[in-house]
Design a protein around this ligand. Structure first.
Ligand code: SF4
Length: 481
């Protein structure tokens, strides 16, 4: 039994073929499995941003991109262009192709293999099974190269490479994982996804679960289905059939190296700047301020990827992009060119750790232009780092907590963990850490939300900096995580 039509209607995740009506026009989301955008596709996205959207591609927390401000009729143009570069291989499955992959795949850290073939196999397998078109659009798959860089993401089903050609299969919230032969990994993952549909279709509270972690019961059925598929694959596959499967305690494999976007720590794909690859070449990570990648910036990235890199712009789930396989001269040249275009390659930038929702004017619920305000605040942070002044605020990225700006109390896109919330409400901005006391910066008298003069900037910047200060957190008797 498949998910009912009524439940599918409630699944409002946008795609290219079904856009979302936002306040500033239609919004379309393009799935980029594994985050791998080849240079031709990158140029196509840049062209669409310029021609039919608002001039930028937004990076999402699942390593996808979205275009907003589409005019009437633009969605059809977009779909044609997206298809032409292979980014829309299935009309029925487009919204379930949410696959994040390790952006430096086997090149740096503890990664043990290139996961690109696994991502391709998973994507093809998803699209080939008509039943899997009914998966919720909020499902997230992760394929980790073994470095653990994706461990901090809320993936529903994940593969993590292990030495000696083995793979771990992890189910969200589960204490056990399957250790599998590599050849069985994708069939097992697809079987687990099918089992999720069966659990939901059985009805009850499970029918309302959009994510695996929301299942009230039945997660063990996902692991059982995966194990059965792995055994079947081992019987028919080319590899050895002995010792193909074991159940292991997830805790044995540690938490990985989850990104901390606030401090700029974590895996290289989340840290702006250049990173040495194992082969002696370089990867270059550029943070995209508030995830808004302008068409001209994307064109430049594609040009550098073509001329000096591996021909791909890797889109990460941390609102950054990575260019790979650059030599020493190319990484220096690329850093300068990207910085000159407004992308962040300096790990001490005030932009590190700053995120926001869409806010006004893109969202009808917004009470403030949070992108503009977050940008002004980040700019002030950068200036302070450069000048060495503090005004009581943090001097260095390691001293700051992440901050998320929201246009209303829904706090869309707010990262998990310790974060300073800046939330617009009807009387001003409320600024607080989770479980901390709130500070309030009122809208200026007579000003309307969204106006440039709506708030006292010096006060707002000072209050946000103080709340982000790890030193202050320690003074308050609580250690930052
Ligand atoms: S947090 Fe509020 S204003 Fe921001 S995108 Fe969500 S609903 Fe809109």
């Amino acid at each position: 039994m498949s998910t009912s039509p009524r439940e599918r209607v409630r699944d409002a995740c946008p795609g290219v073929l079904r856009t979302h009506p936002a306040a500033d026009g239609a919004l379309a989301r393009l799935r980029i499995p594994g985050g791998a955008l080849d240079s031709a596709a990158a140029r196509m996205v840049a062209g669409c941003a310029r021609d039919v959207a608002d001039g930028a591609a937004e990076l999402t927390s699942r390593g996808n991109v979205q275009l907003r401000g589409l005019a009437d009729g633009a969605a059809a143009v977009l779909a044609t262009r997206v298809r032409s570069v292979g980014l829309l291989p299935s009309a029925t499955h487009e919204r379930v192709r949410n696959i994040v992959g390790s952006p430096l795949s086997g090149r740096a850290g503890a990664g043990v293999r290139d996961i690109a073939p696994l991502v391709d196999e998973l994507d093809r397998g998803l699209c080939a099974d008509p039943k899997l078109a009914d998966l919720p659009g909020r499902m997230l798959f992760a394929v980790d190269d073994g470095s653990g860089d994706l461990a901090g993401l809320p993936a529903d089903l994940a593969l993590r490479a292990q030495p000696a050609g083995q793979i771990l299969l992890l189910v969200a919230g589960g204490a056990d994982a399957l250790r599998l032969a590599s050849s069985a990994a994708v069939p097992a993952l697809l079987a687990a996804a099918q089992a999720l549909l069966d659990v939901r279709a059985a009805g009850g509270a499970a029918a309302a679960a959009w994510r695996v972690a929301e299942l009230p019961a039945g997660r063990d059925r996902l692991l059982e289905a995966a194990a059965a598929a792995a055994r079947a694959a081992a019987k028919t596959g080319p590899g050895p059939t002995g010792d193909v499967l074991s159940i292991v305690d997830v805790g044995r494999f540690g938490a990985g190296v989850a990104a901390d976007v606030g401090t700029g720590s974590g895996p290289p794909g989340a840290r702006p700047g250049r990173h040495r690859q194992r082969d002696g070449r370089w990867a270059l990570t550029a943070l995209v301020p508030l995830g808004r990648l302008r068409a001209d910036q994307l064109d430049l990235l594609a040009a550098i990827a073509d001329a000096d890199g591996d021909g791909r712009v890797m889109v990460t789930p941390w609102r950054s992009v990575v260019l790979r396989d650059l030599d020493a001269a190319a990484v220096a040249r690329g850093s300068d060119r990207l910085a000159a275009m407004g992308l962040v390659v300096d790990a001490d930038s005030g932009w590190v750790g700053v995120t926001s929702c869409a806010g006004w004017p893109g969202c009808a619920k917004a009470l403030a232009d949070v992108r503009r305000d977050a940008g002004r605040s980040a700019g002030a942070g950068s200036a302070r780092v450069r000048s060495g002044t503090s005004d009581g605020g943090p001097r260095h990225r390691r001293d700051r907590l992440p901050v998320h700006w929201s246009g209303c109390a829904r706090r869309c896109g707010q990262p998990a963990g310790e974060v300073v919330e800046v939330v617009a409400d009807t009387i001003g901005y409320r600024i607080q850490r989770r479980a901390g006391s709130a500070a309030l910066v009122l809208w200026s008298e007579g000003a309307r939300p969204g106006e440039v003069s709506a708030v006292d900037w010096d006060v707002l910047v000072d209050v946000v900096a103080a709340q982000r200060s790890v030193a202050r957190l320690r003074r308050d008797g609580r250690e930052a995580r």
